[in-house]
Design a protein around this ligand. Structure first.
Ligand code: PEP
Length: 247
């Protein structure tokens, strides 16, 4: 089945008002793309990004959200606030948050649930570390991470986007080969099929050092429906080239 591809830029903790304006201008001018394109920006830039992109072809989102509705959670940002800023997506369970902020599988699932409750699509990241891959644990790790989300979301599981991001490939310049990535995507698709009637329409993105020169072969794999792009999403020319490879 042909699924429309989705390419999402994860700006991480990068950007400034002038740099963002130049980047978004470059992305808007180079479109339209033959795929869906979104940028996930730091919280303080969401409102301005919404104003810049409103009514246009590019979507926007955030990089995290709270699992809580509202309340005394200093520093957290709720899914309702993201929805008010027009966010289409929110990344949850990025490996940097799992590793640096000790986010558990259950917390990631709770965040995904909170996002869906507000109409924001969670991009749920899963992926193994190098040690886990070398120990032959890749399948078990990604299945465990996804199964907690599937179990928590129950009948809403079909509404998420999944991103397979091998931790050893994020920001390292090491990319999974198209065959390695496809093998994991196929496993994840099979797992989704057991849980969601629309699994064949769901998007599973690949992330981990995707660049202009490796994007096309990755995106040509049967179960790779686009990419979650970190470093290469910060330069308009690079991100444009990746979006074109998906189009
Ligand atoms: C990411 O941050 O999700 C990512 C994939 O980063 P990079 O493209 O820089 O490896």
């Amino acid at each position: 089945m042909t699924r429309r591809k989705l390419v999402v830029g994860n700006w991480k903790m990068h950007g400034s008002r002038p740099a963002n304006a130049a980047l978004l201008d470059g992305l808007l001018k180079a479109g339209p793309y033959g795929c869906d394109v979104a940028v996930c920006v730091p919280f303080p830039f969401l409102s301005e990004t919404a104003v810049t992109l409103a009514g246009g072809p590019l979507r926007w989102g955030a990089q995290d959200c709270s699992a809580h509705e509202q309340g005394a959670y200093t520093g957290e940002v709720s899914a309702a606030m993201l929805a008010e800023c027009g966010c289409r997506y929110v990344i949850v369970g990025h490996s940097e948050r799992r590793a640096l902020h000790s986010e558990s599988d259950q917390l990631v699932a709770d965040k995904a649930k909170a996002a869906l409750a507000r109409g924001v699509t969670p991009i749920v990241c899963v992926g193994e570390t190098l040690a886990q891959r070398e120990a032959g644990e890749t399948e078990a790790v990604v299945k465990r991470q996804l199964s907690v989300v599937i179990h928590s979301l129950a009948h809403c599981a079909g509404e998420i986007v999944v991103a397979y991001e091998p931790v050893w490939a994020i920001g390292t310049g090491l990319t999974a080969t198209p065959e390695q990535a496809q093998a994991v995507h196929a496993l994840l698709r099979a797992q989704l099929r057991a849980a969601a009637a629309n699994a064949d329409e769901m998007k599973i993105l690949y992330g981990g050092s995707v660049k202009a020169d490796n994007a096309a072969t990755l995106f040509a794999q049967a179960d790779i429906d686009g990419g979650l792009i970190g470093g290469a999403s910060l330069k308009a020319a690079d991100f444009v080239a990746i979006c074109r490879a998906a189009g």
